[in-house]
Write a protein that binds this ligand. Structure first.
Ligand code: SAH
Length: 399
């Protein structure tokens, strides 16, 4: 028997509005024939207080008890996985994304945004990199790989599972990264993004190997870069730097605390522009580096990692963003442009804007908002799950 989650009275309301999470506080009791069926990652059926079936999803111990897979009474079987992956693939085709265009790397499945909570799949050419964020998705990873194969056919050469760092630690799943299908002899692969080339190593890189979510914002940097002296902080493998150089920047300096990232930023610049490109890369703490930059730079990019991983540390995170932005805003050359981002889900668009407003006030500069940025369309947001909008950015003109 599929274990049954029975909700407290009235707790079905958010589900009626198609929100895909059930918090542990909403659960009245769990019924199963055998205790062992209620293991983390199991598929469970959810019932309202009055006993009506309302959803089916993955169970997990923690604040989110169930991630909803479907609001219909349908089996979660091979055909179901294929339908969901096919729907996600259709969206990417609508966006003009495929493995043979100007952009060969993109997100194929964005969790809740593609009605697959807890699952991320990024495509790099003909390899899919799967990252499971829930025990349920991790247990289903072979079904996911099979569905990918069924939908993409020959387009797909390999499926790499990179979940060891993202599955819930307490579930003790013993996750080990590795290929689920096919394999590659090489660790480093070359992909294209808007016609520019990047080296990606999904086995050793951060996230799935590349920050695909900044693609359109990087393109905007290209538009503003001509003749500018650019500082790209938290540069990772130099995504923004390569675009700035492509846009005709006079000079670009890339800063990241990771030695490996800085080395790769240099390699990506060389791959696109050879040895003579006006680029320097520095391994340093970006916040420290920003203490004393004078007015050298007239285009600065701030793309820090999520300062607030959860709501409890929101206050510190806001202080961190404020300090960082105040440093950049107070020193940037007159007529300069600041690209500033937050990828913390816990920091809302409004809070981020207020924080940057405070930073501008501290810096005492005249600041205009030119653009309000977000994540690209291959990271879609389920309209019933606004939490899915995590990336926020502002492009500021500083007088
Ligand atoms: N802008 C990048 C992605 C940034 S991810 C892109 O477009 O690809 C955040 C980066 O910040 C990571 O590479 C991480 O190594 C780096 N980082 C984290 N803390 C840092 C710090 N205090 N100073 C500098 N870099 C830091």
């Amino acid at each position: 028997m599929t274990p049954q989650i029975h909700l407290r009275k009235g707790k079905e309301e958010s589900l009626l509005r198609r929100h895909p999470w059930i918090f542990s506080g909403a659960v009245d009791y769990i019924a199963a024939e055998d205790e062992s069926e209620i293991r983390e990652g199991a598929v469970v059926d959810v019932y309202t207080h009055s006993g009506d079936f309302i959803a089916r999803g993955h169970y997990q111990i923690g604040s989110i008890a169930v991630r909803v897979l479907t609001f219909r009474d349908e089996p979660i079987e091979a055909a179901w996985w294929e339908r969901r992956i096919a729907a996600a693939w259709d969206v990417r085709r609508t966006l003009g994304l495929s493995d043979d265009g100007d952009t060969t790397c993109f997100r194929l499945v964005h969790g809740e945004g593609d009605s697959l909570p807890g699952l991320v799949i990024d495509l790099y050419g003909r390899t899919a990199v799967v990252q499971c964020h829930s025990a349920g998705m991790y247990r289903a990873r072979l079904d996911v790989a099979a569905a990918l194969h069924a939908v993409l056919g020959d387009r797909l050469e390999a499926v790499y599972d990179k979940s060891s760092q993202t599955v819930p630690f307490n579930a003790r799943l013993g996750a080990v990264d590795g290929y689920l299908r096919g394999a590659s002899e090489h660790k480093t692969h070359t992909v294209r993004e808007h016609g520019l080339q990047f080296l990606v190593n999904w086995e050793e890189g951060q996230k799935t190997g590349f920050f695909l979510d900044q693609r359109e914002n990087r393109e905007l940097v290209r538009r503003y870069a001509a003749g500018r002296t650019v500082l790209n902080t938290f540069c990772y493998t130099g995504g923004f730097s390569v675009y700035a150089l492509a846009g005709g920047a006079r000079e670009v300096c890339s800063v990241d605390s990771s030695e490996r990232a800085v080395r790769l930023a240099g390699e990506n610049v060389r791959l696109n522009f050879g040895d003579a490109a006006p680029h320097t890369a520095l391994a340093a703490d970006a916040v420290e580096y920003l203490k004393d930059i004078g007015d050298r730079y007239d285009l600065i990019i701030l793309d820090p990692p999520a300062f607030a991983k959860h709501h409890k540390v929101l206050g510190n995170a806001v202080q961190g963003y404020k300090r960082l932005n105040a440093r950049a805003l107070s020193q940037i050359k007159s007529g300069g442009i600041l690209f500033t981002f937050s990828c913390s889900q816990a920091v809302s668009k409004e809070l981020f804007r207020t924080t940057v407003f405070s930073a501008a006030a501290i810096a005492g500069r005249k600041v205009r908002i030119l653009h309000q940025l977000t994540q690209p369309a291959d990271h879609p947001i389920d309209i019933y799950h606004p939490e899915g909008e995590y990336l926020k950015g502002l492009v500021l003109y500083v007088e």
